[in-house]
Structures are given as C-alpha cells and as structure tokens.
Design a binder for this molecule. Structure first.
Ligand SMILES: [Zn+2]
Length: 431
C-alpha cells in the first residue's frame, strides 16, 4: 500500500517554479494551496480543501501546517566547491585592505593554499567538513547541490575528493552531484616534485592519468574546467572536456569570469550542461549557449565577494536564456545561502523575485541535467521548503536573513519542527 508521506496544507502561496522565465508567471503561483506527497513524490497540487479531502493530513506521516506561509521547491545549487579543508578568512580581511586576489594567488595563497590544506587533510576530516557545509545548506533550503573536486590537482587527491563527496552524499539527506575538476588550476607542484609545472604538461596529466582513474572510480558525473585568464586556454580546456566526454563525463565550463577568453563558445561547441560565471560574456556568446541548449549559470556571490562587476542577468533573461543562479560556495566565496544569491540576482542583476526563484530551483536542476528537480508538480520528488513568510518575494526582500523554516526532502522533514534530528538516509551510522 502506498505511503502518504506528507501533506503540506494551507499555504498562503505555493510557488511551483513551473512557469517560463520572462513569462507572466515564472514562479507558477497557486494561492491557498496544498501538496500531498505519496512515497516521497508529489501526488497532488491544488487548493487546500480539494487536496486535503482526498489526502487527509491526519493520515500522513508528516502533517505540515503552512498556514500563512509560502512553499517553494528546495533549492538546487548547481555550482559549488564545498569539499575542502582549511580557513581563508584572513584573505577576506586582506582583500578588504586592498590586496587583490591575483596578489594572494601569486604569493601561494588562494586556491594553492586550499590545495595544500586539502592534500594534508584526512578523508574523515574532509567528510566531516563537507557534512557541516551540507547542514548549513539544507538549513537554508538547498535540497540538491553540485560539489566539484579540484583542490587535489593530483590523481590521488582528486580521487579522494570524489570519494569524500560520494560518502557525504550517502550520509546526508541533501543529494550531492559529483563533478571532477582536475583542471581547476595549474598546480604549483605535482606528486612530490617542486619543479614548476607547465600548463600543457598538466593538461596531459589530467587527460592521460586523472581522467582514466576517475572513469574507473565511477563516481563523477560531470567534468569541469577553469577556462580563463591565468588558468587554462580554450584549446587546453577543449582537450580536457573532450577527453572527459570520451569517458562518460558531461562537460561543464567556468567561462568568461576574469576576462573574455572564449569559454562560453567552447561550452556551446562541446555541448556542455552549463557555462558558468559569464561576467564578460557577449550577446553572441549567450545566443550560442541558448542555441546549443547550454544552461548559463550566474554566480553573483563571487562578484559580491570580489567587489567585481556582475553578469548581465537581465539581458540574458530578456533574450530567452534559461538562466540559473548558484552560490559558487568555496573558500573565496563563503556563503552557502541560495536566498542571498537570489537577493543579489535581483538587486545587482535585475531579475525579478519570481525569476530568481526559477533560476535557483528549476534552472539549477537544468544545469545538472535533472529536469525532474526544482519544481513542484505531480510525479516530481517532494523536495520543498516552507518559508516563515507569506511569499517567495520575502526571500530577496529579507536579504541576509534565512526565511526557511521547514525543509522536506522526498517528503520527509530534514529541517524544522517535525525533524527528529535523525538522518534516516544515513548509511554509515551517524556522525
Ligand atoms: Zn567555480
């Protein structure tokens, strides 16, 4: 017999995120709505009296009273570097005093410092760190998150990071999507040798050593590359992404963040799932992405942290691009909050709150090739966030404040009053 997992009822507003960006109702709003969840999937969406007649809340394992509140899909954070060790808060202070990120990098700080700390950390430390990040994320409404490797920059540590990501996924209710990013930076040293590493030689190692091992390990789904000034050229990036695709990994690309180098067009050419950052993307780049069905992912938190300009999200949405917004959570952009990213998308990029909702939910899922996520509709997994506010507009309106009160993952409370503190997806015996 089917199990009535949950009934969420009385919502002042249910934002289903099923409308079109640029359309009249991108957020797909229902007023006075309820959602019934059977066996973890949405079984009914509609007016509270109709839904509760067929699915009485008192018969559900979880009766979620959302009276006066808004219900939205759980956030899908499609771009993070959440697996790492070490603390770089002092670099935040240094940047505030005027040191540039380039200067930090040149002196062995920035990503190189995180690489040293990550290589030195034990697997257990890395798993615990990532579980802590996932706890913060789910408390802010994220139910699915992509996490990249890329702080190993050698075969052993890259494989270790992917294994850590996989272990954290099994132990936490948030679904974690693993991406291999051996081409995150050119390492300062490789496997014990402190001789300067040439970028082309390192790309050889990514292609000839790391990717075969990653394929054999069988965890990563995507292969990402930092195609930018000071990182990898378009030709080097193409080699990595094509080799990754040959080993079953869908391409993704960090493109046009620091300068215009052609990463967006490369993403279109190789059929990437997403091209991310796009601060310096041209209209032509965006048209190429739309034509090739590549999701443009904007990361306003990074621009905020660096005091940089923002990508022109408004113009992209106006050309019909299916824009996603993600956190880019990493030691250089230390915010796990999709609500804060949505606020920046509104204030700094010109999206409406409804567009920002779609960008942080359904289009985030699009960037991860998971079209069933990020929406509230019959048959979809019941990943939902209940806000302590009457509408989705209160997310960006309450910038800096977490309005998420309750989170359901597959219809089961994982944050909020009904949550028992038990992680019932935990297959490794708790933390
Ligand atoms: Zn990134």
């Amino acid at each position: 017999m089917a199990d009535l997992t949950a009934v969420v009822h009385g919502a002042a507003e249910l934002a289903t995120a099923t409308g079109e960006l640029g359309g009249d109702d991108p957020a797909g709003i229902h007023s006075g709505a309820a959602v019934a969840v059977v066996d973890g999937e949405v079984a009914a969406v509609g007016p509270t009296d109709e839904v509760t007649r067929e699915y009485p809340p008192e018969n559900a394992a979880h009766d979620v009273d959302a009276t006066g509140r808004a219900v939205i899909p759980g956030y899908v954070d499609s771009h993070t570097h959440a697996c790492f060790a070490g603390d770089r808060s002092d670099e935040f202070e240094a940047k505030l005093r005027g040191t540039t990120y380039g200067e930090l990098l040149a002196s062995g700080g920035g990503i190189h410092r995180t690489v040293r700390a990550t290589r030195a950390a034990s697997d257990e430390e890395l798993v615990d760190n990532l579980l802590d990040q996932l706890d913060v994320m789910v408390a802010h409404g994220t139910t699915t998150v992509e996490v990249k490797s890329g702080y190993g920059l050698d075969t052993e540590t890259e494989l270790r990071m992917l294994d850590v990501i996989d272990r954290a996924d099994r132990r936490h209710p948030v679904d974690v999507v693993p991406t291999f990013m051996g081409a995150h930076a050119v390492p300062r040293d490789y496997e014990g040798s402190s001789d300067p590493v040439d970028a082309d030689d390192y790309v050889d190692r990514v292609v000839d050593e790391q990717l075969p091992a990653v394929e054999k390990q069988g965890i990563a789904e995507f292969c990402d590359v930092f195609c930018d000034e000071g990182a990898f050229t378009v030709d080097q990036s193409r080699r990595v992404l094509e080799a990754g695709a040959g080993r079953g990994l869908t391409p993704k690309v960090h493109a046009e963040e620091l300068a215009h180098r052609g990463g967006a067009k490369l993403g279109a050419e190789v059929g990437a799932a997403s091209a991310d950052h796009l601060l310096h993307a041209t209209d032509e780049d965006v048209a190429a992405l739309v034509e090739a069905d590549v999701t443009p992912v904007l990361l306003p938190g990074t621009a905020f942290g660096l005091g940089a300009d923002y990508a022109d999200g408004r113009a992209m949405v106006d050309t019909g691009a299916p824009v996603a917004v993600a956190t880019d959570f990493n030691p250089n952009c230390h915010s796990q909050s999709m609500g804060f990213a949505a606020a920046l998308a509104c204030v700094e990029m010109g999206l409406t709150p409804a567009e920002a909702l779609v960008a942080t939910t359904r289009n985030g899922a699009r960037a991860l090739d998971r079209p069933d996520l990020g929406v509230v509709r019959e048959g979809a997994p019941a990943d939902l966030a209940v806000l302590d506010a009457p509408s989705h507009v209160h997310v960006p309106y309450s910038y800096g404040v977490n309005r998420v009160a309750t989170v359901l993952k597959d219809g089961r409370p994982v944050v909020g009053p009904e949550w028992t503190g038990e992680r019932d997806t935990d297959s490794e015996g708790g933390r």
